[in-house]
Write a protein that binds this ligand. Structure first.
Ligand SMILES: [Ca+2]
Ligand SMILES: [Ca+2]
Ligand SMILES: [Ca+2]
Length: 172
């Protein structure tokens, strides 16, 4: 069973992904997220960004076996993620490539802020979160740092872990 804390994290992300607010995730939600991302991404290749965001959909669809995915479906998938370490780190790498808008192999503050704006639909403060994710304090998030946070978010159960905040301050 997912813990209460994991459930709260998943609820927050589910609500962000459910762009049309009908309580189910469908392909249309991911297309809407992809449009939002390309709108805030500046000069980055819009097709590449859209491919990453809409790429979530077939994964969720096949993991849940449904055409419209409910919160409970997502929770069932998340419960199995602890045994799917390779899949989790694969999605971490795909997301990293998309967040790294200028392709320099690092996530800057501005690139992270663009991700959070996509996720929330509005600009949101990231000044307090970014330093927590930047484990070595060099002002950039490396691929290895991101992989640690991403895995913690999806498969971990520690409210104090920096990875809890990888999608912004969704969990209060
Ligand atoms: Ca929806
Ligand atoms: Ca970059
Ligand atoms: Ca760093």
């Amino acid at each position: 069973m997912a813990s209460e804390f994991q459930r709260r994290k998943v609820v927050a992300v589910f609500d962000a992904m459910d762009v049309d607010g009908d309580g189910r995730l469908t392909e249309a939600d991911f297309q809407a997220l992809a449009r939002r991302w390309t709108a805030v991404a500046g000069p980055a290749d819009p097709e590449r960004l859209a491919a990453v965001m809409t790429g979530w959909w077939p994964v969720l669809k096949s993991a849940s076996g449904r055409d419209a995915v409910s919160l409970d479906d997502v929770l069932l998938v998340v419960e199995r993620l602890g045994e799917m370490a390779d899949a989790v780190s694969g999605t971490a790498d795909a997301m990293f490539e998309a967040i790294d808008l200028d392709g320099d192999g690092l996530i800057s503050r501005a690139e992270y802020a663009a991700l959070i704006q996509t996720w929330n639909g509005t600009p949101a403060a990231t000044d307090e979160i970014f330093p927590r994710l930047d484990l070595d304090g060099d002002g950039r998030i490396t691929r290895d740092e991101f992989r640690v946070h991403w895995t913690e978010f999806w498969a971990g159960d520690n409210p104090d872990a920096p990875g809890t905040y990888v999608f912004g301050a969704l969990v209060e």
